[in-house]
Design a binder for this molecule. Structure first.
Ligand code: ADP
Ligand code: MG
Length: 239
């Protein structure tokens, strides 16, 4: 099985600081990979490197067999940033149809994407009038509509009500079952158990690249938050 994304010895500096320290990991195709870690641990930076918008100090990032950021990946990779990237002066439906048109898709595909994120009923509203959670979902719909092979989602469930979070995770898994590769970041450890593969990041260092089951076995606990803490403690033990 060829990895959808391979990161090797990635080092990234932001400002004067090194924020990623020789990170190596891989993302299996057709799965939901979670990138978990506290705020400031480097999740957004790593995702930016995967989509090719982050200046890299050293190391390599290969995406769908090409160097991250290669022009031909543009149509194959979807990226939803932490801050919603939709037009506030257009309605939800107009946004979705605009992004659909850019991707060569029709209005029906736009409506389907809105339904997928639970925004069907809000389609006629101006994005500027939406709540933060709704705006995030509108951004997500605009990425989904292009049906990318790799979907990179930076904290897509932040601020959503629990029911909607569950529905979105179910949708992520449905997309994966249909062959899409997803990378989803979160700072909430209770989302870790929803991922097929888990990347745990702390202070710009990768603590673990495993399945939730492997992580539980390795740390001897069923609680993934506790597992994360035990990896942190293990790192802090002087050699
Ligand atoms: P996360 O997404 O996990 O919260 P980030 O990747 O956004 O983490 O940030 C990682 C580190 O890089 C943090 O210490 C943050 O302060 C720093 N950082 C983020 N953006 C910039 C920037 N534009 N300039 C300098 N430092 C930055
Ligand atoms: Mg972030």
């Amino acid at each position: 099985m060829t990895a959808a994304v391979t990161v090797s010895d990635l080092v990234v500096h932001r400002g004067a600081r090194r924020v990623l320290h020789e990170v190596s990991c891989s993302v299996p195709p057709g799965r939901v990979t979670g990138l978990l870690g506290p705020s400031g641990s480097g999740k957004s930076t790593l995702l930016r490197a995967v989509v090719g918008v982050q200046r890299v100090h050293s190391g390599t990032v290969t995406v769908l067999g090409r160097p991250a950021g290669a022009a031909e990946l543009r149509a194959r990779v979807g990226y939803v940033t932490q801050s919603p990237s939709v037009y506030p002066d257009l309605t939800v439906r107009e946004n979705a149809r605009y992004f659909a048109a850019l991707a060569g898709r029709d209005a029906a595909a736009a409506d389907a994407a809105l339904a997928d994120v639970g925004l069907g009923a809000a389609a006629g509203q101006l994005v500027g009038a939406l709540s933060g959670g709704q705006r995030g979902r509108a951004s997500l719909a605009c990425a989904l509509v292009a049906r990318p092979e790799l979907l990179v989602l930076d904290e897509p469930t932040v601020g959503l009500d629990p029911l909607l979070r569950v529905e979105l995770w179910a949708h992520f898994h449905a997309l994966a079952a249909a062959g899409t590769t997803l990378v989803v970041s979160s700072h909430v450890m209770d989302e870790a158990g929803r991922c097929d593969q888990l990347l745990l990041l702390r202070d710009g260092r990768l603590l673990s690249d495993s399945t939730p089951a492997q992580l539980r076995a390795r740390t001897g606990t069923d609680d993934l938050e506790e597992a994360f803490l035990s990896l942190v403690r293990a790192e802090q033990v002087p050699a």
